[in-house]
Design a protein around this ligand. Structure first.
Ligand SMILES: Cc1cc2nc3c(=O)[nH]c(=O)nc-3n(C[C@H](O)[C@H](O)[C@H](O)COP(=O)(O)OP(=O)(O)OC[C@H]3O[C@@H](n4cnc5c(N)ncnc54)[C@H](O)[C@@H]3O)c2cc1C
Length: 457
């Protein structure tokens, strides 16, 4: 039998792997994509898309519940969770169908099965060796737990939480990062009483401190309890409840416990270690051109240390395909990748936090915080929050941090400001349509340029 071979063989068909496949085929390279489960990976089937569908259902519930404040009479009868799942699953399956068509349309050969890397130029799937002049590792990540914390029954990760066929009366969310806050927000909108436990001293600890403060305040207004600086000690469960004990000696009780303490790389059993790939705490170590230590072997997505985000995976996949095709793409600036916590309200940011900016640039850094109370559209939507913008010594935008409903839609402009390194004085002359939430960015720029408009002196 002739051995299957291609210019590029990719292990894993999630955001990182399939984007590399599409771009490589656009550039005229032949591609074999090996996937053990479903094309689209975590993002499409267990991550970004289904959670955002839940969040949209949660937003509809909040709108129905709060309709009277806008003078609209609507009755809220509760959540039909099977209807919510039907809606969520229909979104996923439509996108999944589209993705399969897209991949086929690009002439990418998909091989179903669990593959392992056996050395530069070779991948093995179910006993078959596939040869690739270049190999891209893109095996993604999975939910982590803590030592002694077993998942099962009423102790869930995001995977089980996404298909839970009831709305818990109350839930404890272990971990106040992106995924924990998202589920806390969804379940609270569905009517559950939520307690978030975070070991560090603030929620969304990777964000600027300003965002953590604003978010905590907003969640408190929604009656979501956050306990920070608390350490998990153990959990027990019976047919009715989970009992979570803390190192402080306190015990909390709820119907379910969601473990949202981060995600670890999917690299064990994929042959990486055995084939001599240099690893870093189970992540694949790469240089800034996403090359591993072995020739013509690259890694993209969640297995590469850094932000675990689908759009980072897309960007890295495109980058590696272009690198292989000899296009010499510019290296990706990790700080220039937008970050969003999708909740009610949202947190969106790009660039440096104030702390990092001061570390890098010293005291020549200045900041402005514009309260959404002065933004007409935010008042129409009845959302609270603020935009904080950080200016560097050369007048460039070093970071943008936003909290409020729908602010994820502003992060596109914010990333242009940061990534293009535009001077705030120039950017301040850009006109923002009125009334939009985008005006909040315009106001922050005007203030940083020394000519604040809708800001009290
Ligand atoms: C609940 C949740 C919500 C999220 N929300 C967002 C969000 O809103 N925005 C965002 O940007 N990111 C979000 N993420 C993160 C995002 O899903 C990941 O960053 C992204 O999916 C990573 O892409 P990847 O290609 O590296 O890995 P994955 O998407 O995990 O894909 C890896 C693929 O490789 C396959 N695979 C693994 N091992 C093998 C093997 N040996 N052989 C063959 N195939 C293999 C897997 O089946 C999988 O399909 C979320 C994640 C979760 C869990």
């Amino acid at each position: 039998m002739t051995q299957r071979s291609a210019d590029v063989v990719i292990l894993g068909g999630g955001s990182g792997g399939y984007s590399a496949a599409i771009r490589a085929s656009e550039l005229g390279l032949s591609v074999i994509l090996v996937e053990s489960d479903k094309l689209g990976g975590t993002c499409l089937h267990r991550g970004c898309i289904p959670t955002k569908a839940l969040l949209h259902a949660a937003e509809v519930a909040d709108s129905a519940r709060g309709a009277a404040q806008f003078g609209v009479s609507v009755g809220f009868d509760g959540i039909d969770i099977s209807g919510v799942h039907q809606y969520k699953d229909s979104v996923v399956s439509r996108l999944y169908q589209g993705l399969q068509g897209l991949i086929a349309g690009h002439g990418v050969e998909v091989v179903s099965g669990r593959g392992s890397f056996v050395g530069p130029g070779f991948v093995e799937v179910d006993g078959e060796t596939i040869a690739g002049e270049h190999v891209i590792l893109a095996t993604g990540s999975q939910s982590k737990s803590l030592p002694g914390l077993e998942i099962g029954g009423r102790v869930l990760t995001s995977d089980q939480a996404l298909t839970l066929d009831y709305v818990p009366d109350d839930a404890i969310v272990l971990g106040g990062g992106v995924i924990g806050v998202e589920f806390a927000s969804v379940w609270a909108s569905f009517g559950a009483k939520i307690t978030i436990l975070e070991a560090l001293d603030r929620l969304v600890p990777n964000e600027d401190e300003f965002a953590s403060t604003q978010l905590t305040r907003a969640l408190r207004r929604r009656k979501i309890t956050s306990k920070t600086g608390v350490r998990f000690a153990g959990v027990e469960q019976d047919g009715e409840a989970v009992f979570v004990s803390l190192e402080s000696g306190d015990t909390l009780e709820a119907e379910v416990l969601l473990v949202a303490v981060g995600r670890g790389p999917n690299t064990v059993g994929c042959g990486f270690d055995e084939a001599g790939i240099e690893m870093d705490h189970r992540y694949v170590r790469t240089d800034d051109r996403l090359r591993t230590n072995l020739p013509n072997v690259y890694a993209v997505g969640d297995i590469v240390p850094g932000l675990q985000l689908a759009h980072r995976g897309f960007q890295q996949g495109i980058f590696v395909a272009e690198e292989i095709a000899g296009r010499n793409p510019s290296a990706i600036d990790e700080s220039g990748i937008p970050r969003v916590t999708y909740s009610h309200p949202e947190v969106a940011s790009v660039g440096l936090t104030e702390e990092a900016a001061r570390r890098q640039h010293g005291q020549a850094v200045s900041t402005v915080t514009y309260d959404l109370a002065g933004n007409g559209k935010s008042q129409i939507l009845k959302t609270a929050g603020a935009v904080k913008m950080i200016k560097g010594p050369e007048g460039q935008v070093l970071g943008v941090h936003m909290v409020g409903d729908r602010v994820s839609e502003l992060v596109g402009e914010a990333q242009l400001l940061y990534n293009a390194g535009i001077d705030v004085a120039v950017a301040a002359s850009l006109v923002h349509a009125h009334p939009t939430q985008g005006e909040a960015l315009g106001e922050a720029l005007l203030a940083l340029a020394g000519k604040p408009l809708h800001v009290r002196g």
